[in-house]
Design a protein around this ligand. Structure first.
Ligand SMILES: *Cc1c(COP(=O)(O)O)cnc(C)c1O
Length: 414
């Protein structure tokens, strides 16, 4: 047997036997990446049009991050948070200079950053107010608090009792949100583009009204920018599209360029609400994480990658709209910057599987949504390759389903 085959089989066997099976996995073993591309152990290459849940925004193994990590790793890997190191303050300053006046709490993931935001909101409302309004189809993470905040019952099923104090209202329905506010409500937590929920974009008018309502009722407005932050939507942070500023913002995913880091950015109003002893994370603000994220933010600014995402994303959305006109199984193309999706009238899984076979990584979410989030550095020829494969996938899939049209499944080339 070839060595690559035995590596492949060994990896799958070890997972089968020793790794908790909580992920739906594809039988592909990757060994390296560069730019927008990944290579599996068999030597096949794939265009990563999803960046690992929108994490690898600078591409795979981005040099500025790798260099910063390598340099830092020879000096200091860990320092407890009861001492200082240089990287945390630098990164916090970069985040604040690029968002709004406030202070930053560091942790290691999106869910943890959401937990920090929940605790800050509860500390702010204590003792009278604790309830947090979030949106239906939202996604805020898998830890108990973040899970309760998430407005999708499929993630909560089987884990009762779910933490109380959350209410979910539909996106872009202002009267529903206003009507849900009670004397116990302390905050609104929302994504500006619901990523996991199928790339659903919040209306500017809606967001402005929510901001006004929060001001009027003294509620905290917290944006979950775990997926939209760090240049993804064509601005450094998605809230910049809306002309409103939040009282808090949650970051993770692309922030570390592939190194785990989460951050809760608290605006001045609540920047000092979490006092010594009230919250902590052993690894939060780790020296490696901080230099990685600082390298990411610096690179985004230096190469104007947010502006690039806006421009390239607009072009890609036009391409996707063309595909939507061509294939009747496509309901709609939508998105913001380089966070994009095709909403299908048919299940997205077979299209995802076809793309994978052809060397293109995309994502299927909400059953019928094909989600894309290529690196912000994606090139025109890479986009052409992706469009060709997706076009093909929709075509092949259309032909296959044409036979079933009488049974009510519709997907054919117009
Ligand atoms: C992925 C995601 C999270 C959770 O992040 P983890 O790092 O997986 O805990 C939270 N909010 C949003 C909007 C996300 O996309």
């Amino acid at each position: 047997m070839k060595k690559s085959e035995s590596v492949f089989l060994k990896v799958l066997a070890e997972h089968e036997k020793y790794v908790v099976p909580c992920y739906r996995k594809q039988p592909v073993v990757f060994s390296r990446g560069k730019g927008s591309w990944l290579w599996d152990v068999r030597g096949k290459k794939y265009l990563d049009f999803f960046s690992g849940w929108a994490v690898s925004s600078l591409g795979h193994a981005p040099r500025p991050v790798a260099r910063a990590l390598s340099k830092q790793s020879m000096k200091l890997l860990h320092l407890p948070n009861n001492y200082y190191h240089e990287g945390q303050g630098t990164l916090a300053r970069l985040l604040i200079e690029n968002s709004f006046p406030g202070k930053v709490f560091f942790c290691n993931s999106g869910a943890e950053a959401v937990e920090a935001a929940i605790k800050a909101a509860r500390a702010y409302g204590n003792p009278d107010r604790y309830e947090i309004l979030t949106l239906e189809k939202s996604f805020h993470g898998r830890t108990s608090g973040a899970l309760a905040a998430t407005g999708q019952s499929k993630y909560q099923a089987g884990f009762d009792p779910i933490l109380s104090g959350f209410r979910h209202v539909p996106l872009n329905d202002y009267p529903a949100l206003e009507g849900a506010v009670s004397e116990r409500t302390v905050a609104v937590l929302m994504e500006l583009v619901q990523g996991e929920g199928g790339v659903r974009v919040a209306d500017p008018e809606y967001v402005r009204k929510v901001r006004e309502l929060c001001d009027r009722k003294n509620l905290l407005l917290i944006f979950d920018e775990v997926q939209t932050g760090a240049g993804r939507t064509g601005k450094m942070f998605a809230f910049e599209h809306y002309g409103v500023k939040p009282d808090g913002m949650v970051l993770a995913k692309a922030l570390g360029g592939g190194f785990p880091i989460g951050a809760f950015v608290a605006a001045d109003k609540i920047a000092d609400i979490l006092k010594p002893g009230m919250h902590a994370s052993t690894f939060g603000g780790n020296p490696l994480a901080c230099v990685s994220a600082a390298a990411v933010l610096t690179e985004i600014k230096r190469k104007k990658l947010a502006q690039r995402a806006a421009k390239v994303g607009a072009g890609l959305l036009r391409d996707l709209k063309r595909l939507a006109r061509k294939h009747s199984c496509v309901q709609e193309a939508r998105g913001l910057g380089l966070l994009l999706a095709l909403e299908l009238k048919v299940p997205a899984d077979p299209i995802f599987a076809y793309c994978l076979k052809k060397g293109l990584l995309v994502n299927a979410t909400q059953n019928t949504v094909l989600r894309m989030a290529p690196p912000l550095t994606v090139t025109a020829s890479e986009i052409r390759f992706a469009m060709r494969v997706i076009d093909e996938a929709l075509g092949v899939f259309g032909k296959e389903t044409a036979q079933h049209e009488r049974e009510g499944v519709v997907c054919r080339v117009k």
